[in-house]
Design a protein. Structure first.
Length: 202
């Protein structure tokens, strides 16, 4: 049995991948040292952003082969650009219910390997001035209070794991978004895997 994957239209996926590759390959001077590039996405309907500089790739989701006995956050294994990588649910790692992934964001693991983070809703690409990226616990006015809550970064109580992963806010695609620290996500992924114990043999 494999996890369900809702693939986006090929043309849209290919366009997004090429844009990501172009932005990622551009030297910092070309992008502007004071500008940060982000991918806008949603988890459980809430807006978040990933720093492109922390990623190594973006691809449309493909077939995932589950690993019996693995942690809930570990969806299984998938082939990503010719390499078999573990795929984790970004939604689950962030404290949301599992959502069938349509996209894989790849990044470096803790052992120099590559892991993929599956997510469903992708809003697009945007850039922001570094001065417009602020700490998540920075006070916001009344008009932004609801947005900060939806971005998973309000001052209200929230899951401890999410609080340790979302430490910054940025505005993109007409919404205030929590910036997901991929290093913290990778740490949470390995911790979840270790807590689940050894994966059972198939």
């Amino acid at each position: 049995m494999t996890h369900g994957v809702r693939a986006p239209a090929f043309s849209a996926a290919e366009a997004m991948r090429r844009r990501f590759d172009a932005v990622f390959a551009a030297p910092p001077v070309a992008r502007g040292a004071d500008v940060a590039a982000f991918l806008a996405l949603r988890l459980g309907g809430d807006g978040f952003a990933l720093r492109i500089q922390q990623m190594s790739g973006l691809a449309a989701a493909c077939k995932i082969v589950p690993l019996p006995g693995s942690a809930a956050a570990l969806l299984g294994l998938a082939g990503l650009r010719g390499v078999v990588v573990p795929v984790f649910s970004l939604s689950v790692l962030m404290g949301y219910s599992e959502e069938p992934p349509r996209w894989f964001a790849s990044c470096a693991g803790q052992r120099g390997d590559t892991i993929a983070l599956g997510f469903c809703d992708f809003d697009g690409y945007f850039e922001a001035l570094m001065t417009d990226v602020r700490a998540a616990d920075e006070a916001v006015d009344a008009d932004e209070a609801d947005e900060a809550d939806e971005a998973g970064a309000s001052s209200a109580p929230r899951p401890a794991r999410r609080a340790s992963i979302v430490r910054e806010l940025v505005r993109g695609h007409d919404a205030l978004r929590g910036v997901i620290d991929l290093a913290a996500v990778v740490k949470a992924a390995y911790e979840a895997t270790a807590a689940a114990g050894p994966v059972k043999e198939r």
